[in-house]
Design a protein around this ligand. Structure first.
Ligand code: UFG
Length: 328
């Protein structure tokens, strides 16, 4: 039996492929390589194509014995989703519909889904747990929530069981040094801070220091990408053991401000990292921290790379050795 990983050439997808390979799973990857990188796929069989192409899904499901899907393929830039919501509905929501219909047609009954803290929007409570209100404040989060709801109805009607993993802030790189974070454009805090440390940017712009937090900058819960990858493997196991559908938050449960991240990056890199305070970025909640108790209890998930120093050090090692990402 093989696992189909859609978006397996992307940042979190490629680390999950690595985790599946480490335990000897057969893997098939579908990626259109718009955001993903061929070099990030460390093994398995790569099909280059798009979820919205029924022919490639038919080929994958007939040429391989797939018993579970891990679904990453999606656009994931919050800012872009506000400018181009149609792109997000088309690729994310319609793409997921195409996938679920083909799973139903080919009798594949398990899916692990790459979801996000952005499904909650402005939090009611911190730490956020899975019972909290979901009221996305951007189109990206809204499409991810729509995808979760679609899976709920495909479960009720067709018995496709799903586990949705709502990540907080993914960061870091694989311990092998072979794969890491390479987005174009890059919008995430830690890689941008490290690009400033490398001298590739003149400074890091801090988006707002007037939030209601101790130092005025936004607080986030950073989680190592390999810990996230491990959760996907556990979720596949849980579905294979006959579990019902479920939603899990994935974070460390500890928040760090933007200023704290920059200070830790200065210590880890030993470099000067100039920071400039700028205006708030639209749509940023002041504080997002996860309660991942449910994932720990029900999935048996135990993040082991939790120290922010270590997360940033692993990202720094990737950036030092791949200053221009996968393009050498
Ligand atoms: N930030 C800066 N300067 C930058 C980049 C980011 O100050 O150059 C700040 C942001 O304002 C935010 C924090 O750093 O306060 C983290 O920003 P990221 O862009 O790294 O991450 P987000 O918290 O905005 O986004 C992440 C995921 C999204 C997901 C979201 C959930 O990347 O996919 O969490 O809210 F939707």
């Amino acid at each position: 039996m093989a696992v189909l990983v859609t978006g397996g050439a992307g940042y979190i997808g490629s680390h999950t492929v690595a985790a599946l390979l480490e335990r000897g799973e057969s893997i098939v990857i579908l990626d259109n390589l718009q955001q993903g990188h061929r070099e990030a796929v460390l093994g398995g069989t790569l099909y280059e194509g798009d979820l919205r192409d029924p022919a490639i899904l038919d080929r994958i499901f007939t040429e391989n014995s797939i018993d579970a899907v891990i679904h990453f393929a999606a656009n994931s830039l919050v800012g872009e989703s506000m400018q181009l919501p149609g792109k997000y509905y088309h690729n994310n929501v319609y793409g997921t519909l195409c996938l679920l219909e083909k799973m139903q047609e080919h009798g594949v009954k398990r899916i692990v889904f790459s979801s996000t803290a952005a499904t909650y929007g402005e939090p009611e409570n911190v730490p956020i747990d899975e019972h909290d209100r979901t009221l996305p404040t951007n189109a990206y989060g809204e499409t991810k929530l729509a995808m979760e709801k679609m899976m709920k109805w495909f479960d009720i009607a067709h018995g496709i069981k799903w586990i949705s993993l709502r990540y907080f802030n993914a960061a870091g790189a694989h311990e092998s040094g072979k794969i890491g974070e390479d987005h174009n454009p890059e919008t995430h805090l830690i890689p941008i801070v490290l690009q400033a440390a490398l001298g590739q940017r003149p400074h890091i712009s801090v988006f707002g220091d007037d939030y209601a937090t101790p130092d005025g900058t936004c607080i986030r819960d950073y989680i190592h990408v390999s810990d996230l990858a491990d959760a996907h493997v556990l979720a596949v196991d849980k579905l294979r053991s006959g579990s019902d559908s479920a939603v899990y938050n994935l974070g460390n449960g500890q928040g760090f401000s933007v200023k704290e991240v920059i200070d830790i990056a200065r210590q880890v890199t030993g470099r000067d990292i100039p920071a400039v305070i700028e205006a708030r970025r639209a749509g940023d909640p002041a504080k997002l921290v996860a309660s991942s108790q449910r994932a720990r209890t029900e999935l048996g998930w135990n993040p082991v790379r939790s120290k922010l120093e270590d997360i940033i050090a692993s990202a720094w090692s990737w950036h030092l050795h791949h200053p221009n990402g996968y393009s050498k």
